[in-house]
Design a protein around this ligand. Structure first.
Ligand code: SF4
Length: 250
């Protein structure tokens, strides 16, 4: 299953949203002015409010495109955060309406999120980098309880927990296994890492990336040879790559 995201999917939807919104707003202003209904102050107020929102989203969308093309972080982070993180649920729904799969929109969002993250991080010491993995990565028949302590793994090699422990030893990072989104947030809250390499399915990853902003969280979509939530995997090269980005500062 391909897990690479195409940046143009999310950006195209975002630009479409701004254009359609601007068109609707233009029409609304046109009818308000033509009808001379200055007394409809509530409609005017809402129109100006929506117009300001659209301008911010437009600036944010432009900021994302600028950052991706110039490989420089856009100075004004707020509109970028608005266009990327806060509008994701809406953009995802619009994508679904026009026939795009929610997973492909989510992968596009994650790809853009990671690219922008690289532009705003400084070097981070490895002990401050947390590898946050889903519990379904553990072999489903394994009797060892690794959610409380991943070092309970006997390293039999039936699943990738062994490899992830080796990666942690190689780089000096730490590993945690989460049984769900709220546990993942709790782990982050308790350990207070400076950076997180998070692996999960598209749905959990997108909500986690939005919720944890502005923490530096690198998202990697898991591999699911047996479907959701059972014996899942991850591309270990991508995990190593993310750790190196954090350690080098982008
Ligand atoms: S590698 Fe570790 S977690 Fe995976 S099946 Fe073996 S003992 Fe269990």
């Amino acid at each position: 299953m391909p897990v690479e995201g195409k940046k143009r999917i999310f950006l195209g939807l975002l630009a479409g949203f701004v254009l359609v919104g601007a068109g609707a707003l233009g029409l609304l202003f046109f009818f308000l002015l033509r009808g001379g209904r200055w007394e409809h102050w509530l409609v005017w107020g809402l129109a100006w409010l929506f117009g300001s929102f659209l301008v911010l989203v437009g600036v944010g969308t432009g900021g994302i495109v600028y950052s991706l093309l110039a490989q420089k972080a856009f100075r004004w982070e707020m509109p970028v955060h608005l266009a990327l993180d806060l509008l994701f649920p809406l953009v995802s729904s619009v994508g679904h309406l026009v026939g795009l799969g929610r997973e492909s929109v989510a992968r596009s969002f994650i790809e853009i999120h990671n690219r922008l993250l690289r532009l705003r991080i400084g070097p981070i010491p490895p002990e401050k980098i947390l590898l946050l993995m889903p519990h379904c990565l553990q072999w489903s028949e394994c009797p060892h309880r690794i959610t409380t302590d991943p070092t309970n793994c006997r390293r039999c090699g039936r699943c990738l927990v062994k490899n992830l422990l080796e990666i942690c030893e190689e780089y000096g990072t730490t590993l945690a296994m989460a049984t769900g989104g709220s546990i993942a947030r709790q782990i982050i809250w308790e350990r207070r890492p400076q950076a997180v390499v998070a692996v999960a399915c598209e749905r959990d990853l997108t909500s986690g990336l939005q919720d944890t902003y502005p923490l530096a969280v690198w998202g990697i979509v898991n591999l699911r040879p047996e479907g959701y939530c059972r014996n899942t995997g991850v591309d270990l090269d991508k995990v190593r790559e993310a750790i190196r980005y954090f350690m080098q500062g982008g």
